[in-house]
Design a protein around this ligand. Structure first.
Ligand code: SF4
Length: 328
């Protein structure tokens, strides 16, 4: 039976926004933005779930909620069987140790005075597992080997002495430091050459297999998840519009937004010869959500009902999508 390391059910995350014009006009200036609406996702141990959508769609807010940086207003986040919603910061600390974050730019946020050894062993220090320095060196050597970097030539290097691909490998080593049960990778290949992207994705695949780690891989780029994620979820305006097995979705997307994302990468076009569609217009503001199907202003297949009636959730085997007129 599948063992899910992460189970998110009907998650809602809201933020307050202040409208200065309304404030000056003496009107109520506060508005609620629902950044994440009823999102349900599962990550199985030893597998990768790709969470895909345009920037601002709420995928990073989901990730931040999992590590306790955003407070959900409703729903449930179970990690390794433990409910995380409602935990205090001190209750969260041991959980955070088991969930590692891999950021887009592992160097940018870190001091240039750090050596690779400092970067990789910092999680031990943050979580109060200093040990003596010899142990930390041994750990850093072990972790560098795991990510394919020779320890002797990399331990003492400064961040600016690393190529983009090497820096991401150091980021993976750092993420693995505390033997996490899950890794959240936010745009792990952004800014890398295509061939280096492939190397990093292959490394993630090896890591998940060898360490039985669950990955939540967040990206705006479907090409990134095509060959590495077993499951895929497509997010639009804070909602999941389609989810299921990655291969099934690539071969026959049901939601027009998924097809549009696939079309944006012509080499990823669905293999059944379906025509391409292009996204019209910009992603709407969360403050002015369209009525009916929220994708309708940009959908080339929208009909009258789409403008005033929210589409139903449709289940098809292990797949789920939300559309009045799913593609066949
Ligand atoms: Fe397009 Fe209508 Fe489906 Fe929404 S419900 S995605 S507007 S066809």
């Amino acid at each position: 039976m599948a063992h899910h390391v992460l189970e998110i059910e009907k998650l809602k995350v809201r933020f307050w926004s202040t409208n200065l014009l309304k404030l000056l006009a003496g009107k109520d200036p506060y508005q609620i933005i629902e950044a994440v609406s009823d999102v349900s996702l599962r990550v199985e141990q030893g597998t990768i779930l790709g969470l895909v959508g345009e920037s601002g769609c709420g995928k990073t807010t989901v990730a931040r909620s999992v590590i306790g940086l955003n407070t959900p207003q409703a729903g449930s986040i179970r990690f390794a069987g433990k409910e995380l919603v409602g935990l205090s910061q001190s209750e969260f600390k041991p959980v955070r140790r088991q969930i590692a974050m891999m950021f887009q730019d592992p160097n940018g946020s870190l001091s240039p005075r750090f050596s690779v050894k400092d970067l990789i062993t910092e999680p031990f220090k943050i979580h109060g597992e200093n040990g003596d320095d010899v142990n930390l060196v041994e750990e850093a050597q072990r972790l560098l080997k795991m990510v394919g970097l020779p320890p002797d030539s990399f331990l003492g290097r400064a961040p600016h002495q690393l190529s983009g691909g090497q820096a991401r490998r150091v980021g993976v080593a750092r993420a693995l430091a505390l033997s996490p049960k899950m890794i959240i990778a936010d745009e792990p290949t952004a800014g890398l050459d295509v061939s280096v992207q492939g190397d990093i994705l292959n490394l993630c695949t090896r890591i998940k297999r060898e360490n039985n780690v669950g990955f939540l891989l967040i990206t705006h780029n479907l090409a990134v998840v095509r060959h590495v994620s077993e499951k895929l979820a497509v997010m639009y305006l804070g909602k999941i519009v389609e989810k299921g097995d990655t291969d099934e979705i690539f071969n026959s997307p049901r939601h027009p937004y998924t097809l549009a994302l696939l079309s944006a990468h012509s080499h990823l076009n669905p293999e059944n010869g379906r025509s391409r569609v292009e996204l019209k217009g910009d992603i709407p503001s969360l403050l002015k959500r369209p009525k009916g199907c929220e994708f309708h202003p940009r959908c080339p297949f929208a009909k009258k009902i789409c403008r005033h009636e929210a589409p139903p959730d449709v289940r098809e085997g292990g797949r789920k999508y939300t559309c009045h007129f799913p593609l066949q």
